[in-house]
Design a protein around this ligand. Structure first.
Ligand SMILES: Nc1ncnc2c1ncn2[C@@H]1O[C@H](COP(=O)(O)OP(=O)(O)OP(=O)(O)O)[C@@H](O)[C@H]1O
Length: 504
């Protein structure tokens, strides 16, 4: 059977017959040159008729004949394509009229990246098909690409796993240690609210376990399989808060944020958003937050589109919100919107019945994490622990246990060990240290007792920050201004002295 000329096979664009002659000839030329281009650039090309018989092959295709066990073109053209090309799907393309644009064909000649396109007559009926070998042996040519792809895929899987790990609730109700009536009441209220979708307001001094409880509520809710996203409002600079909450639309900024960025509300979609230190929410953003809570929709910065979200909010504060409302520093409507289910977590000094269980659990956790041996706290030491005011609550208790464990190798922690880190009369109301107090006469020797400089400086810093917080009635932004430091720096310092967060 003679090879068919390309123009007969590809009678171009029957639909163009009613075009002006010029336009029609341009289209015909285009079709012909496309055919020419494919024939020359593809590694090989063949045309089969409607019965699946090969009617034409390109020069390039001839290179594959020996590997197919054929001597020359005569052994190929005129034969059924299924007979000469094992595993071909050309007949399927003819039967369905649907192209297979990219496929891998493997047979005795090797593996080929191929493309198969049906050919139609003027009436649209399939009259044959065109087969292209785009790439021979792609497994070797594309191996570096495949390797890179596999590596990127692995990295993506790892990152996804890590993210899921981070978003998985860290704590459950079992992590909230305490069996005192006060602790049991907190757990009862939290369990009850976990079964609903209500907004929760957790109230309590710093370190009482508000964040822990927020995780536990999320873990016990129907949203447990979705993200838990936390934002510490006080720790984010005011100018960045809006973007942090609501996200940034693509193109709103140049540079790093050009592509846009999802805000915490969007990231928490379907799950729980924990707003820590809600009392520090700047007035400028309170209205926007109220709208997000009420309408369950947000508007990313630089966009004029609203996005629907489905987020359960758990807010927390150690500050006196009604007092902030009374002073006009917190919107009343936002306060009522947040105060749907308030849960007050008692301070550690109000539930000293839990002290032993907490010490036991925290000691175990410290030993596990640090690799140090497990320490036992002697009964006598508990007298001291019970007398301490614990302004930093369970976080402070944990820090004290950690400090004492580091100071001694003794497996039993006695009162004397704790006395080294819990000085008697410890209290924030003590008068501010004057610089000369760094050198005080040592009672026994009469020689001056010189304290390490870093200790004295830290002490002074702590008291000055406490003074600033007292002067501003706990308003951290105002305190930072008084101290002429940034809000972020103030929060860094407060992380070291959490008990100061209560000062107001
Ligand atoms: N009932 C508890 N049982 C065990 N550990 C607790 C308990 N409460 C708090 N903790 C531990 O104390 C530390 C402080 O808790 P958390 O961060 O939840 O307090 P917070 O009230 O959110 O503090 P802040 O107001 O300063 O953010 C954490 O290490 C937490 O695991």
């Amino acid at each position: 059977m003679p090879a068919m000329s390309p123009s007969r096979v590809l009678d171009p664009l029957s639909a163009a017959s009613d075009l002006p002659r010029d336009a029609r000839s341009v289209l015909e030329m285009a079709a012909r040159s496309m055919f020419q281009l494919f024939a020359e650039t593809a590694e090989g090309m063949m045309v089969v008729d409607r019965s699946g018989r090969v009617v034409w092959i390109s020069e390039g295709y001839k290179q594959f004949l020996p590997a197919l066990g054929l001597k020359d073109e005569g052994d190929f053209v005129g034969h059924s394509v299924e007979e000469v090309v094992p595993n071909t799907l050309m007949h399927e393309v003819i039967a369905t009229g649907r192209p297979i644009l990219v496929d891998l064909l493997t047979n005795k000649a090797g593996t080929f990246l191929v493309s198969r396109i049906p050919l139609r007559d003027e009436g649209g009926e399939v009259i044959g098909a065109l087969g292209l070998v785009l790439m021979a042996h792609p497994e070797s040519t594309m191996q570096p690409l495949m390797k890179k792809f596999a590596m990127l895929q692995r990295e993506l899987d790892d990152a996804r796993k890590q993210l899921a790990e981070q978003r998985r609730p860290k704590y459950t109700f079992a992590s909230f240690i305490g069996a005192s009536p006060e602790a049991m009441e907190v757990k009862r209220q939290a369990r009850r609210v976990a079964a609903t979708d209500s907004t929760v307001l957790l109230l309590g001094e710093t370190g009482t376990g508000k964040e822990l409880l927020a995780h536990a509520i999320h873990a016990a809710s129907s949203r447990a399989g979705r993200p838990f996203i936390g934002v510490n409002i006080a720790a984010v600079p005011e100018t960045l808060l809006e973007a942090e909450f609501f996200g940034v639309a693509p193109g709103a900024y140049t540079g790093a944020d050009k592509k846009g960025r999802d805000g915490k509300f969007k990231l928490a979609d379907g799950g729980t958003l924990f707003l820590d230190e809600i009392g520090d929410m700047p007035a400028s953003l309170q209205a926007k937050l109220l709208r997000a809570l009420q309408e369950q929709e947000i508007e990313p910065l630089g966009s004029n589109q609203v996005i629907k979200i489905d987020v359960r909010v758990i807010a927390a504060t150690s500050r006196d919100l009604p007092a902030l409302v009374a002073r006009g520093q917190f919107r009343e409507d936002l306060y009522y919107r947040l105060n749907v289910v308030p849960i007050r977590i008692p301070a550690l000094r109000e539930r000293l019945g839990d002290l032993e269980a907490l010490v036991e659990a925290l000691e175990e956790d410290i030993a596990r994490r640090s690799g140090m041996s497990h320490r036992e706290v002697a009964p006598g030491a508990f007298d001291i622990l019970r007398r301490h005011p614990w302004r930093g609550n369970i976080r402070e208790l944990r820090n004290v246990l950690e400090q004492v464990s580091l100071l001694t190798d003794d497996l039993r922690l006695e009162a004397r060990h704790f006395m080294r880190v819990l000085p008697p009369g410890e209290g924030l109301s003590a008068p501010a240290t004057q610089p000369h107090e760094a050198v005080a006469p040592a009672a026994a020797t009469g020689a001056p007792h010189v304290r390490p400089l870093a200790e004295v400086v830290a002490d002074l810093e702590r008291r000055t920050i406490a003074d600033a917080l007292r002067a501003t009635r706990g308003n951290k932004l105002a305190a930072a201004r008084l101290l002429r430091i940034s809000r972020a720096t103030l929060y860094e310092k407060l992380a070291a002295w959490p008990e100061l967060r209560q000062v107001s």
